[in-house]
Structures are given as C-alpha cells and as structure tokens.
Design a protein around this ligand. Structure first.
Ligand code: ADP
Ligand code: MG
Length: 714
C-alpha cells in the first residue's frame, strides 16, 4: 500500500473523537494553511499535543516536509510519540518517531517527529532554514523553557518572508505555537500579531483545600514528604473512588514516597477503613523524567476494578502528560528548578516553592472529567508569603552560556537585541559571554574560536565539553568520554530503601571506589564504566554491585555517540593536538581542570571550602561523594555541579593541585579589562581592540592586574 492511500484512509480513533479539539479539526487545518504563524491554546488534556500533529498530517503537510513537534521535556517527547504512533497504527520510529538527546528513534519514513526543543535547536545549527520540515509546532510554550524561548526568537527572525534565510526553502515554513494557558496575546504580539486559535474546553470545578502542617519554615524534604504520604493515604481511606495524583520534586523523593505509601497501604484494614467499598487496594506508580518507558505505559492504563491508582509524579504531570481518571490532587507545593544563583555565580538545582499559577494548574488536573478535589499540604500563610504569582521564565533565571554560543555560531552576533519574548537581564548575557571567553570558545572580539566551533557540536555543558576536548587534544579521550557519558545519564548508584540492603550497597560502592585507584568521583565513574563493559554479563555485574544497569546501558550508548561526534570533527577540521608528559592520573585530572577551572574551591577551615571564582562562596562536599569525610586532608578541589538545600553542596569532586589551575584562574578575573558590552552587540573592530589593549597594559602597570590577585594566593 502506498503511503498516501494508507494515510488518507486513516481517520481518528473513537477515543480521540471525544476530545474537545476534534470539533475544530477542519478549521485548525485551514488556519495553519492560511497563516505563517498560529498560536493555539486550550486547556491541558484537550488534545493539542497528540491530535494537532495528526490533523496536520491528514491535511497533507507531510508532502512538503516533516511535521516537527517540540517538547521541553524528554519523557513527554517519547511518551507522546508512542501514543501517536499507536493512534496512527504504525510502529514507533517509522511514520511517527521521536528524537531526544542521545536517543534518535526516527527513520527516513518519519513524517511526524516529536523531539525536545534542545534537539531542534541543534538541528538549526546544521540546517538554519530547517529544510526538512514543512511545519514546526512549538508545544508547551507556556512552560517558557530556555530552548523554546530561543527557538521562538529564531523562528520569528528566520521565517519572515523577507528574510534571506527563508529563500533556501522551497515552500515557506509554517510555525504553530501551542500554549496551555495565558500569555497567548503576548505570544501573538511577539509573532507579529498572528491569529490565536482557542479550543474551548470544558472543565469541572475543583475544590482546593489548604493544609495546616506545612508553613513557611518547613522546606526540608523529610518534613513535607511525610505530610504528603499522610494526606494521600487519608484521601485513599476517606474519599470516594477516583485516582490520586501526587506532586513531588524528583526521582529519589518520589521513590521514597512510593516506598512509604506502599508500606502504609499494606497495613490498611480495608474492612473498616475505606469508606467507598468499591475501592479496596492502592496501586502506587512513580512518574519522573528518567523512568523506563515500559513502566511509564502503566501510568496511562486504568486500574483494575476495586483498585485506586495513585501516581506520584514530578511537575511533568502538570501540563506535559495527561492521565485520565484523576480526581484527587495532593500538592506538595514544591518543584525542583535550575536557578542561576548570582550570589554563588552558578546554576544551582534547587527545591523551591511553586508559583500560585503553577498551583492552580496542578489543581486543575483533578477536574478534567468530573468535579475533583485538591489537597494542598501547605497552609495559607505559605501560599501568601512563599509562593510567587508566576514562575519566572527559565531564560531569566539560568545560565545562558550554551545558547549564546549557539546563537553566535548561527551568526547572531548581537545577542543583546535578539528578539527575546522576555529579555534576560543584560548581566546574565555578560556572564555567559564571560564564561565563553574564559573557556576559549569566543575570542576577545566576540568571535567564535576554533575550539568554540568544536564545543557547540557536543550536547553537553560547556565545562564538560571543554575537558573532553582537552583530553582529545592530548589523545586521551578514552579517559574522558566515559566520564562525560556517565555524567549525562541518571544517577548510577542504587540506594535501596531497606536499611540492611543499604548497608550492603554502601559496602559494594566503597569497594568500587577502592578499586578505582586514585580517590575521586570522576575516576570512580570511569572505573565503573570500564569494569561493567569488560564483564561477561554486564547486567549481572550491575546487580551484584548495586548499580543501575539501565543507566549504564544508556551511558554505553552515549559514549559511543560522543565518540562518533569526536571522530567526525577530527576528520573535518584541523583538530588541535598537544603532547603531555606525566602519569595517567595527573593527565586525567589536568584535562578536568581545563574544563572545570571555573569550579575550583579551596578548603578554608574544617570541612568548609571556598570557591575561587571571585564569589567566594562557602561550600561543602556532598555526602554522596567518595571524598566526604576526607575533607580535612584536602586542599584544592574541582567539582561538577552544585546542589543547594540547607547548605551549598558540591557534587562529583576531584582533588587537584594549585599548580594545575594557576595559569587558568587569572582568566576568571581578566574580563573586566575589555568591554564585553560591545562583544555582545557585534564583532569588535581593530580600533576598539587596540583601545582595550592599551587599557589593559595601563592596568598592569598600576599593579591591579589579575596576576597580582593570584600571587597573593600562592
Ligand atoms: P493537551 O496537549 O491538549 O494537553 P494531549 O494531546 O496531551 O492534550 O492529551 C489528550 C488526551 O490523550 C488525554 O485525554 C490523555 O489522557 C490522552 N493521552 C495522551 N497520551 C497518552 C498515552 N501515552 N496513553 C494514553 N492516553 C494518552
Ligand atoms: Mg500538550
């Protein structure tokens, strides 16, 4: 059967015909035909993500190129692609596929492609006019993820018919921006006053109730976790049938809550406790980003008769994924968020109170099919004093280093006047330029260097990429590729809930650390990777050592992909090469220093370290580090990332010698000598460059140079 006849005969399934969007199919198809830009809005669950791409497909857009749909979240891209491939009755990866970082499930046949917004951004680097696509759907625009915001600006810039870039295409690209809430007028204005298509939804009332236990001061996970579990069980024993959706912040917390729920639910005596006699058991299901996909499928299936489903999820269940049958929400009031902390000068993963609008969105999930209830575990004081009205867009709160490099590589030199939906503060842009300059990705004129051009090819954070490239330059990429891969997958160490098992796991992990030779968290990652790979039965090896086999399997695949990128770059460009005399351990750590010299800390007193980036932040080594409890013997360290709870913790740590970063550190304090704000706007002229150099020489003479600053440390 030819593609065309097969597809043209497929209509919509009965279930999907019941969705609010179905009645608007024809007018939506027409609206996309008539407009270059279209904003589509509708309640979550109305069918935007799963149906609209199918309507576009049925309207024949695939004949001019792929229909690309972006998602801010990886899991959403995968799950939705699976669902849509079922609805379109094809196997996943054929007509309907997905691509997320390190996982490409598409073929030449793929015409409806779900992907993360980060993936599309990378595609634009290789093909600025997106010649493969006929339509781009930017989904979940209300989430305001950094990458989606940048894509909005880029598509606005390149798609305007007068723009040169669009001439590289045979037919003009269509752009549909989908948003669950508000801000649609703002989006429309941003996109030149394009039409807004509103899918009228029907929702049912949700009664929200504040708790009394959690107030302003109870931000520790252990405190609110207990309360969440208690409330969920109260709902189970006191409320009529209907499934429960619990909002927590991350994987380990969710797993803990599931263990606690499971234990407690086991002991309920259903003869007396459960009011609604149709509900007897509780089916507890976790839902978070890095979960295996087969487990995710269960989330969407209705529970067996007499059983109540309780899904314990991250914010992914707030808008990205819709689970039918939810009638009760238990809202912890917290979310895990990456924030740029200017006091610390780094992006920090933090657990923070959600915004009021987010809380309303969470509550709304209970009212899709009938009236529902939302149990907030926090009190009204918490709502008023701790929760902001709206969530700040990611572009205004995280590091812009990677996207600024991407923009520069795309030839957008004026990164200040780039069309941002919400402009980031100028100092964040400066901070990003400074970091790019520090790691040699751009030169003093703001031009992308050879190294910067290589860096942008890797879907990794800049520091890690820089370290990897340093290793490649020295011909020892075999040391860094596995580490980069291991740092790109979820946590590999299993932490069992049971205390006896936990002890055994700790023992095994200590043994692995001892076998790794030199004592640092990066070497352990390398050693686990190599040992597992070399073993006859890798999955059994993992089980015996309390290591997540699934995570390692991903790491193997990521390593191969990174190696491929490196190979391709080596063949294509004049790849830099250097020599190094010294032992392997030093070589390894020196490569790390090349990337992580912005993350250097020195022990000040006791177990406290101070960062050396000019912020002088006091940090502690995280308990998960193999160097925890050995702090007293350390002096200088580098670290991969930072976690803030009651303290600021550094994670994945490696001891270094001051000598190795001595020549790099001055770069951290050098930038004020030249004028970053012109670099942000354009490439710098020779004249301006000469002016700076004079300024710099003068500064050196007066003794205020960065070298002096560091001499004091020696
Ligand atoms: P929107 O994007 O407007 O929020 P969706 O298209 O995501 O809406 O969802 C529409 C419907 O499809 C919902 O009722 C949801 O339950 C169902 N659905 C989506 N994904 C799946 C899935 N993987 N399995 C089962 N049902 C799903
Ligand atoms: Mg959606």
């Amino acid at each position: 059967m030819s593609k065309r006849t097969k597809w043209d005969t497929i209509g919509n399934s009965d279930d999907s015909k019941k969705l609010p969007i179905y009645q608007h199919k024809a007018s939506l198809q027409q609206a996309v035909k008539d407009n270059s830009f279209l904003v589509v809005t509708g309640e979550t669950g109305s069918g935007k993500t799963t149906q609209l791409p199918q309507y576009l497909h049925q309207a024949g857009f695939w004949r001019d190129g792929r229909i690309g749909v972006t998602q801010p979240r990886r899991v959403a891209a995968i799950t939705v692609a699976q669902r849509v491939s079922q609805e379109m009755r094809c196997s996943l990866g054929r007509e309907v596929g997905y691509q997320v970082r390190f996982d490409d499930c598409t073929t030449e046949d793929t015409v409806v492609k779900y992907m993360t917004d980060g993936c599309l951004l990378r595609e634009i680097l290789a093909d600025p006019v997106l010649s493969q696509y006929s339509v781009i759907v930017l989904d979940e625009a209300h989430e305001r993820s950094l990458n989606t915001d940048i894509l909005l600006g880029l598509l606005k810039q390149t798609i305007s018919p007068t723009d040169k870039a669009s001439k590289g295409r045979s037919v003009p690209l269509k752009v549909v921006v989908m948003s669950a809430t508000l801000e649609t007028d703002k989006l429309s204005v941003f996109l030149g006053g394009c039409p807004v298509f509103t899918i009228p939804g029907r929702t049912f009332p949700v009664i929200s109730r504040f708790g009394c236990a959690i107030g302003q001061k109870d931000t520790e996970s252990t405190v609110y976790l207990k309360e969440v579990v208690k409330v969920a069980l109260d709902v189970h024993t006191c409320e009529m049938s209907g499934d429960i959706l619990v909002f927590l912040t991350g994987q380990s917390e969710i797993e803990k809550a599931c263990d606690m729920l499971y234990e407690k639910a086991e002991s309920i005596d259903y003869r007396y406790d459960v009011q609604d006699r149709t509900v007897e058991g509780l089916l507890i299901l976790p839902l978070y980003g890095s979960m295996p996909t087969d487990q995710q499928k269960q989330i969407f299936q209705p529970p067996p008769p007499g059983i109540r489903k309780c899904v314990v999820a991250t914010n992914i269940a707030a808008t990205s994924l819709t689970i039918d049958g939810i009638k009760y929400i238990v809202d912890s009031g917290f979310v895990k968020q990456l924030n740029h902390n200017s006091r610390v000068g780094m992006d920090i993963l933090e657990v923070v109170p959600i915004s009021k609008s987010e809380a309303q969105q969470r509550a709304g999930r209970a009212g899709r099919t009938s009236a529902g209830k939302c149990f907030r575990i926090y009190n009204q004081e918490f709502w008023e004093k701790c929760m902001p009205d709206y969530t700040v867009p990611e572009i205004q709160r995280t590091s812009l280093t990677s996207v600024i490099l991407t923009l520069k590589c795309l030839g957008v030199h004026d990164v200040i006047r780039f069309p941002y939906l919400d402009r980031p503060e100028e100092r964040f842009i400066m901070e990003a330029l400074k970091q790019l300059y520090q790691c040699d990705a751009i030169d003093r004129r703001g031009k992308v260097t050879l190294l910067g051009g290589l860096m942008v090819e890797f879907p990794l954070p800049p520091g890690l990429t820089r370290a990897l490239l340093q290793a490649a330059t020295l011909g020892c990429e075999d040391l860094l590729l596995p580490v980069a891969a291991m740092l790109s997958v979820e946590n590999i160490f299993i932490r069992p809930g049971h205390p006896a098992k936990q002890k055994e796991a700790d023992e095994k992990h200590r043994m692995l650390a001892a076998q790794a030779g030199s004592c640092n968290d990066f070497t352990i990652l390398l050693s686990v990777f190599e040992k597992c790979k070399a073993s006859d039965d890798p999955s059994a090896w993992c089980k015996a050592h309390y290591i997540h086999w699934r995570a390692l399997k991903s790491a193997f695949s990521v390593e191969a992909q990174l190696r491929e990128i490196l190979l391709r770059l080596r063949q294509k460009r004049d790849f830099p090469m250097e020599k190094f005399d010294g032992n392997k351990s030093e070589l390894f750590r020196r490569c790390l220093c090349a990337g992580y010299f912005t993350n250097v800390a020195r022990r000040s007193v006791g177990k406290v370290f101070t960062t050396m980036d000019g912020h002088g932040t006091m940090v502690h080594i995280h308990p998960s580090s193999t160097l925890f409890d050995q702090e007293g013997q350390l002096d200088w360290v580098i670290f991969h990332d930072v976690l803030a709870t009651s303290r600021v913790y550094i994670r994945t740590v490696c001891p270094i010698r001051y000598d190795w970063v001595k020549d790099l550190l001055p770069k951290l304090h050098e930038v004020d000598v030249y004028d970053l704000s012109s670099v942000a706007r354009q490439e710098v002229t020779d004249e301006e460059m000469a002016k700076w150099e004079t300024k710099e020489a003068a500064k050196r003479q007066t003794g205020g140079s960065t070298e002096d600053y560091f001499k004091k440390l020696e």
